[in-house]
Design a protein around this ligand. Structure first.
Ligand code: SF4
Length: 708
């Protein structure tokens, strides 16, 4: 019997787990009581995590390829698969240039994997065409932080929960999607009944039900609400004049903007009582600790960056940031979305939060990597742009790593047409559940969680080490090894000559020297000894005899990462630019997660216990909208948008506002059909700054299904 300490590979809470490998090879798992993020707690998904690696029935076991898509896949060896892929990449790059190829990766990739793919394409191939599915969930928060605080820096930590007396949850349902954080919030509230929880969500959820105030706003009116709260904070003099004067810019424009709309007008637009907006503002204004949590309700929007800014504004005008219990806290939906941001895993950034458009940042990385080419000076294709470029034959080849775009991309017709038209597709994944496998020219089997070593960073900047505990089945290889083997086939072997991921990690941490996310000197040994470290590591640890934990909170000196060290308050407009509803499509569809599933169900869908909670997809519809359409509970309905349709059973509930309906995002195929796929309906509008899609607002019609 042997035990291993690892980290849950679902959401960004990053709970520590202890895995026990029995003598007979069976695994058992429990929460790690010593891990500061969860202190032994696990949610239903985390508790059943080990089943995802024990069931190997649908695993990809060996490399496969075919010379054209009409042929069946053939089993090949690793050398053949990687040599052919390298040959195709070299041919395309020679003929069409480095921007003819792209990597589309995942927030589930480990930090080392992210770093290597970035190094390969940005430093050695000469293109910035790498983007991640995290673009679909947190890029608006990244841009929001940068514009307001000067850098993509989550300023807070989980311990701020217990130091807060107002917890503002907006566009998020942590009770289901980040359950361990929510348990801490609930325990804090139970011990301190005066603590106020405010939930902003167009739906009633388990989060709103355990809140003191639910602001059930109309979809798309988040900025209207936040600006109205800002107006009240100014009018009631709850703002921190001294902080504003000493540490921020932009307040006069903000004041002018929020005064343009009365609270009564805002309440009407939001569809809530003005008195409730006043209550929220009073609580925020009077509290000592104001902590705000948000996820996709703000981020996945055509105005996602401005929604983020409108929330961060509330912290800046009240000076409630950089102190215990205060600050904006974007929750990440994936286990290593943060690690991707640190290593440059987006089309516009480089490792160490450097920018591709910054000449000195490019020069630093060119020197560090000793690149044979110049790093391109413009951002590469983002997630949606990649698929559009494939469909237009501007992009010739795509390498998809551990993500399932045929369920997760908006307006799925575009992604499907793109893969159909693409010249060359490599799919690197764990299981054949990924819908992309059928479009692949080359399939590369990847090792799963527990089968490979590496690191991840959770939502509070906490880096933990994940050990290899079991062997991968068949010929599956760790993703990092696949990339360094491929780099060698491309002729870059000298710069990708790693023996293990520990060497990759050491190289990554060295390149953070002098940056705001400096983790120089952090290595596997230190992470194993300390269990975890929050970046940046500012303590000199040579003579340090106390445990090294890194940095809990940022901006405690109120020196922000902007050029003049002052945070920027933004006067953001409050109009929503989502697609309009119409007579034909009069309802707004929003989508999201359910308690026991995660993403496109390629992992959670394999666990029988998790499938029991909600076995089938459903549409939540308000009773008035159901009655108007003569639809009864449990009947099959057709949901149509300007792009496609979905057929699922209806759940009639007042949990949604009239005019709003809700569909879970998880389901791809059911009984061979894609008719439960939410992204049949969504559109490819994106926020102009973050390029994050408008998943949460699609104009639809719902009608009773009638057999043809
Ligand atoms: Fe895993 Fe997130 Fe659940 Fe923690 S809260 S056990 S990280 S899914």
């Amino acid at each position: 019997m042997k035990t291993f300490k690892s980290t849950c590979c679902y959401c960004g809470v990053g709970c520590g787990v202890v895995v026990t490998k029995e003598g007979n090879g069976q695994l058992s798992l429990e929460g790690d009581k010593e891990h500061p993020s969860n202190m032994g707690m696990l949610c239903s998904k985390g508790m059943n995590l080990h089943y995802t690696v024990m069931d190997q029935s649908d695993r990809l076991l060996y490399p496969q390829m075919r010379l054209n898509r009409s042929m069946p896949m053939q089993r090949v060896n690793w050398d053949d698969a990687l040599e052919r892929t390298a040959a195709v990449f070299k041919t395309l790059i020679k003929k069409f240039g480095p921007d003819s190829v792209a990597f589309y990766v995942s927030g589930q990739c480990l930090t080392e994997e992210y770093y290597l793919v970035n190094k390969l394409i940005k430093g050695f191939i000469g293109s910035n065409n790498i983007d991640t599915n995290s673009r679909l969930c947190m890029s608006s928060a990244v841009v929001g932080y940068k514009l307001a605080l000067g850098e993509d820096s989550v300023p807070v930590c989980y311990d701020d929960i217990e130091a807060a007396d107002v917890i503002f949850v907006t566009g998020a349902n942590p009770a289901w999607c980040h359950p361990i954080i929510w348990r801490r919030v609930e325990a804090h509230k139970a011990a301190n009944p005066d603590v106020k929880i405010i939930c902003v969500d167009p739906r009633k959820t388990d989060t709103s039900r355990s809140s003191d105030l639910h602001l059930q706003i109309a979809p798309g009116t988040d900025i209207v609400l936040n600006n109205a709260i800002g107006r009240i904070l100014i009018e009631k003099n709850y703002i921190d004049q001294q902080f504003i004067a000493a540490h921020t810019d932009g307040f006069p424009d903000f004041q002018e903007k929020v005064m343009q709309r009365t609270v009564a007008e805002a309440a009407e637009l939001c569809g809530i009582d003005a008195a409730d907006i006043y209550t929220a503002a009073e609580w925020i204004g009077q509290c000592k600790g104001f902590l705000s949590f948000w996820t996709m309700g703000l981020n996945q929007s055509v105005i996602g960056v401005n929604k983020n800014l409108s929330l961060i504004n509330l912290h800046l005008i009240t000076g409630k940031i950089g102190k215990p219990g205060n600050g904006p806290f974007s929750l990440t939906g994936q286990p290593n979305a943060m690690g991707g941001r640190e290593t440059g895993g987006l089309a516009n950034i480089l490792p160490g939060h450097r920018e591709v458009i910054n000449a000195s940042h490019r020069a630093e990385m060119e020197e560090f990597w000793n690149t044979p080419v110049k790093i391109a000076n413009k951002p590469g294709l983002t997630a949606t742009e990649m698929f559009e470029a494939l469909a237009d034959d501007k992009l010739k080849a795509i390498w998809i790593i551990n993500t399932n775009p045929l369920v997760s991309m908006p307006d799925i017709n575009v992604a499907e047409a793109a893969l159909n038209k693409s010249r060359f597709v490599v799919v690197q994944d764990v299981s054949n559940r990924a819908d992309t496998v059928k479009f692949a020219d080359v399939v590369l089997p990847a090792a799963a969680w527990l089968e490979k070593e590496g690191t991840m960073t959770n939502a509070e900047r906490r880096i933990t080490h994940l050990p290899k505990a079991i062997d991968a089945p068949g010929e599956a290889l760790p993703d990092a090894e696949i990339i360094w083997r491929f780099a060698a086939k491309m002729g870059f072997g000298d710069s990708f000559d790693y023996k293990n991921t520990s060497e990759v990690y050491d190289e990554y941490t060295a390149c953070t020297a002098g940056t705001t996310i400096d983790v120089t000197g952090v290595n596997y040994q230190l992470l194993k000894t300390n269990r975890s470290i929050q970046w940046p590591l500012t303590t000199s640890f040579e003579n340090n005899k106390t445990p090294i934990t890194g940095t809990k909170r940022l901006f405690t000196d109120h020196q922000f990462h902007t050029k003049n060290k002052r945070a920027q308050i933004h006067a953001v407009p409050d109009e929503n630019h989502s697609e309009p509803t119409s007579e034909t499509y009069p309802l707004v569809l929003t989508n999201g997660r359910i308690r026991d599933q995660w993403h496109t169900m390629t992992k959670t869908g394999r666990v029988a216990k998790l499938n029991q909670h909600t076995p089938q997809p459903f549409l939540q519809l308000h009773p008035e909208d159901a009655e108007h359409r003569n639809i009864r509970e449990g009947q099959l309905a057709v949901i149509q948008s300007r792009r496609g349709e979905v057929r699922v059973k209806v759940n009639i509930t007042e949990d949604v506002r009239p005019g709003l309906c809700f569909l879970p995002m998880h389901w791809g195929k059911i009984l061979g059909s894609n008719l439960a796929r939410a992204n049949n309906l969504t559109n490819n509008l994106v926020d102009p700054k973050s390029k994050e899609p408008d998943f949460k607002f699609s104009a639809v019609q719902v009608s009773l299904y009638k057999k043809p």
